[in-house]
Design a protein around this ligand. Structure first.
Ligand SMILES: COc1cc(/C=C/C(=O)SCCNC(=O)CCNC(=O)[C@H](O)C(C)(C)COP(=O)(O)OP(=O)(O)OC[C@H]2O[C@@H](n3cnc4c(N)ncnc43)[C@H](O)[C@@H]2OP(=O)(O)O)ccc1O
Ligand SMILES: O=C(O)CCC(=O)C(=O)O
Ligand SMILES: [Fe+2]
Length: 452
């Protein structure tokens, strides 16, 4: 039961919030009058209201005219100058947006024992996790937020592992956003010198998706904490659905001014993430943003993070650097980049700094040692990409080989159904090995790498 007497015992408090599945929401529902110390953020991590510009706002782009080159121009300008914009008339039905918000509320209203099943230590899959704060094992001061994160692998995987109270709504939302995502990327790549979105660039621009359900419960002392600390997303781009509460602030480019992103009914907020900043060699900006806590209302938001595939090596695109432009970022295996993001608490733009050739020396020795940062790292990360691609190919082939040898399909038959989906996946993964090999073999020596 309610550990109101133990709120000052950090161990018990963490255990209540994180391990028992109550989350920050459970704590909020105890109607505590003061914020436990665990959630008190250092002053520099909170939003300084004197730095908020009330007369500024991120662009709002009307997407109703599908063929309009002016829309393309507005999207590219917004990604260059703001890294954030809202879209209206985007084609995703209001009903789908309402349903996914309701689905999120349903999930977080489940009893703690039900939610607990999605904690990392109990979850049947690593593609679904329930967390509080950001990375609770690492965060010294907790953020006032719970979130469920779902990495999309396939419909079958989602049907099997995603929570049934919101699974259908999440999948529908993700699928309805697909045309919008393609339109946005198509527009953005024109300014990078690519003529179309096709099978050659789709994988590293939008090869994987992760959806989070964020829940920010009412907070007794919102001014002392944050909903989400300042960070930039590690995605290519993020499509964010927020409810009517408000509280998302973004940094104005090259300034210490913050701008509110007001909820507009039916709109979606788009931001370009670190992966696109790297691929565009800094042309498109991945902007810091954060969310304040709120005393009066629970808030939900649902971001779709559109990403490269974990096994992709990302770096400034050849189309961008072929005119002699100096590459500002080192290549990195995308899953290494994401793991680096999850290894530390939110701290502004420090994830991308670790690939920025101008700031690469920043970071603790421990971090430097564990990341690939030597001059030969492009070669290394292609090696790693190749290895992890082969590993995933092996995993998908294993039951097939076992089936052939022993004449059995094993207990996980449903997941390794040899229908069209299986053969398609096999084909795609073989193609992937071939692609990585092609990239790897003619790779130049480190002395001729373009990183400066
Ligand atoms: C602002 O607040 C946020 C933001 C976010 C997310 C923002 C984004 O931009 S998400 C886009 C992320 N991109 C992807 O997920 C696509 C690429 N995915 C991958 O590369 C991989 O799935 C992986 C994330 C690297 C995980 O790879 P894998 O090695 O196969 O899986 P694990 O063994 O489970 O993970 C290894 C290691 O990573 C950490 N970790 C992984 N996932 C999460 C997660 N969802 N949350 C926290 N930490 C995660 C973790 O340390 C894992 O080690 P363990 O020892 O725990 O296994 C998100 C949240 C916000 O609050
Ligand atoms: O809740 C929001 O409005 C933003 C959340 C966010 O920035 C994130 O999940 O990455
Ligand atoms: Fe974010």
């Amino acid at each position: 039961m309610a550990p109101t007497s133990s709120l000052n015992d950090v161990g018990k408090l963490k255990s209540y919030v994180v391990d028992e599945g109550h989350g920050v929401k459970g704590l909020s529902e105890l109607k505590i009058k003061t914020l436990p110390e665990l959630f008190i953020q250092p002053r520099e991590k909170r939003l300084d209201m004197s730095k908020v510009a009330c007369n500024e706002s991120v662009p709002v782009i009307d997407m109703s005219n599908l063929e309009d080159s002016e829309v393309t121009r507005l999207i590219c300008d917004a990604a260059e100058k703001w890294g954030f914009f809202q879209v209206v008339n985007h084609g995703v039905p209001f009903r789908v947006l309402d349903d996914v918000k309701e689905g999120a509320k349903r999930f977080f209203s489940l009893p703690a024992d039900e939610k607990k099943k999605y904690l990392h230590k109990h979850s049947q899959t690593k593609n679904v996790r329930l967390l509080s704060s950001f990375v609770p094992e690492i965060d010294k001061a907790f953020e006032w937020k719970d979130y469920l994160t779902c990495f999309y692998v396939s419909d079958d995987d989602a049907f099997e592992f995603w929570p049934s109270v919101c699974r259908d709504q999440l999948l529908e939302y993700m699928k309805e956003c697909e045309p919008l995502i393609k339109r946005l990327l198509k527009a953005l790549i024109t300014r990078l010198g690519m003529s179309k979105l096709d099978e050659t660039n789709k994988p590293f621009l939008m090869g994987s998706r992760r959806m989070n359900l964020n829940y920010y419960p009412k907070c007794p002392n919102p001014e002392l904490t944050v909903g989400v600390g300042s960070h930039s997303d590690v995605s290519t781009l993020t499509v964010l659905l927020q409810d009517e509460t408000g509280g998302l602030y973004v940094r104005k480019l090259d300034s210490d001014i913050w701008v509110h992103v007001p909820p507009i009914k039916g709109s979606l907020t788009i931001n370009t993430g670190d992966a696109l900043q790297i691929m565009s060699n800094g042309r498109y900006k991945s902007i810091e943003h954060h969310v304040v806590a709120n005393e009066h209302k629970d808030r939900v938001s649902v971001p779709i993070f559109v990403n490269p595939r974990p096994n992709d090596v990302i770096g400034p695109l050849p189309e961008v650097t072929e005119n002699g432009e100096k590459a500002l970022y080192k290549h990195v295996l995308y899953s290494d980049y994401v793991k680096h993001f999850y290894k530390k608490s939110h701290n502004g733009k420090d994830t991308i700094d670790f690939r920025d050739t101008r700031t690469m020396q920043i970071g603790s020795r421990e971090e430097r040692d564990s990341d690939i940062e030597d001059d030969d790292d492009q070669r290394q990360c292609f090696h790693r990409s190749l290895l992890s691609t082969c590993a995933s190919l092996f995993v998908s082939l294993r039951p097939c080989v076992a089936g052939r040898i022993f004449g059995v399909l094993g207990p996980k038959r449903r997941r390794f159904d040899y229908g069209p989906a299986f053969w398609l996946r096999l084909f795609v993964e073989n193609a992937e090995v071939a692609r990585v090999l092609r990239k790897f073999r003619p790779f130049p020596s480190s002395s001729s790498s373009s990183n400066g």
